[in-house]
Ligand binder design. Structure first.
Ligand code: ADP
Ligand code: NA
Length: 331
């Protein structure tokens, strides 16, 4: 079994944003030093909710561009698009037959995403965690970097691996371990401190997109929701102040310094001077990424070639695993 193999992915279902960067992509780049990394643009997950086909193609390229611009090196890591490697869909079907409906009924993300209209949600959205398990286990990945929101799904991946091994009496799949990251683990909406920054939020002002220019970044940070008090001096005093906590957390993460140090710098000041410093920092850190993404997006053929080469490498890694699965199941 591979001992140090990472799998992770993001959905090409909208604009990539600061939350994706601080909570995922930047960390993915760092993990390349210690792990064999497989990074996927998970378009099969994206279509659990309807996507315009032309937009899906564009956003898939843009997601790949965002990974690369954030430091994922397609030579060191395997970077590809999920739909281009058949193992994902095939193994997901096997897992649809392993996972129990009762397990899926407990997934809080499905409840959040389907909302009140559960009966109208796609069946794909319901079995999405089985596809995620297939993404990981098709490569026998040992580690998965996960945000808070995906912890429950990773538990399900372990349950599926265990039940598969148990049902067939063979140790085919490993029990994958989470790689938990603290800083930047949960970046919140700029408009509502109780909601996570998300590409599916209809308000564009709620997030800093990795494609935003300096003016948009400045405007969004200036308009970001705050409270009427000066910034506190201690982390404990941030508990009841979600907006201050979020903006300070973003500053800390972007400057690679602790929240304590950030508070030592800005505690006691009003939001206005702090926001000014945050604009400067965000523009300095994000504009090289925006520029690199735009350079890559100007040459779609280059992105497609990178993704296609990555898909070949991924398919080669999944091949022996799928042979073992087929033999085990009796195909
Ligand atoms: P979204 O929630 O915007 O649709 P995805 O579900 O595709 O994003 O998530 C891709 C990766 O980005 C995941 O690892 C996820 O944990 C991380 N991520 C997404 N939103 C945030 C956020 N607001 N803060 C921190 N990490 C995030
Ligand atoms: Na998500």
């Amino acid at each position: 079994l591979p001992k140090n193999r990472i799998f992770s992915g993001a959905q090409p279902s909208g604009s990539m944003h600061l939350g994706n960067y601080l909570g995922a992509f930047r960390n993915w780049a760092k993990l390349q030093d210690d792990y064999e990394c497989i990074y996927c643009v998970v378009d099969l997950h994206a279509i659990t909710v309807w996507q315009d086909p032309q937009e899906l193609i564009r956003q898939t390229r843009e997601a790949a561009a965002a990974y690369i611009a954030s430091g994922v090196d397609p030579k060191r890591s395997v970077l590809f698009n999920q739909s281009q490697v058949a193992a994902h869909g095939e193994l997901a079907w096997v897992f649809n037959c392993v996972a129990r409906i009762g397990w899926l009924n407990r997934m809080t993300q499905f409840k959040d995403k389907a909302g009140k209209n559960r009966e109208k949600a796609s069946a794909g959205l319901f079995v999405y965690p089985n596809l995620m398990a297939a993404d990981i286990l098709a490569y026998k990945a040992s580690h998965v970097p996960v945000g808070e929101d995906q912890k429950q799904h990773l538990e399900l991946t372990r349950d599926i691996a265990m039940k598969f091994n148990n049902d067939y009496g063979r140790e085919v799949f490993p029990l994958v371990e989470p790689v938990i990251q603290k800083e930047g683990a949960r970046i919140m909406s700029l408009r509502d401190g109780s909601k996570k920054m998300s590409k599916s939020d209809p308000s564009d002002a709620s997030r800093l997109n990795l494609t935003d220019d300096a003016d948009s970044i400045a405007r969004k940070i200036r308009k970001a929701k705050t409270d009427p008090h000066p910034l506190p001096d201690s982390v404990a005093d941030l508990a009841e102040r979600p907006e201050a906590n979020n903006l300070l957390g973003i500053y800390a993460a972007l400057s690679d310094q602790s929240l304590e140090k950030t508070l030592a710098e800005f505690g006691g000041t009003d939001f206005a001077p702090f926001k000014k410093a945050l604009v400067d920092l965000a523009v300095a850190k994000l504009s090289p990424i925006t520029q690199e993404m735009s350079r890559l997006m100007n040459d779609p053929a280059e992105i497609d070639a990178i993704l296609s080469e990555g898909a070949d490498r991924a398919a080669a890694l999944a091949l022996p695993v799928m042979e073992e699965v087929r033999e085990t199941v009796g195909f």
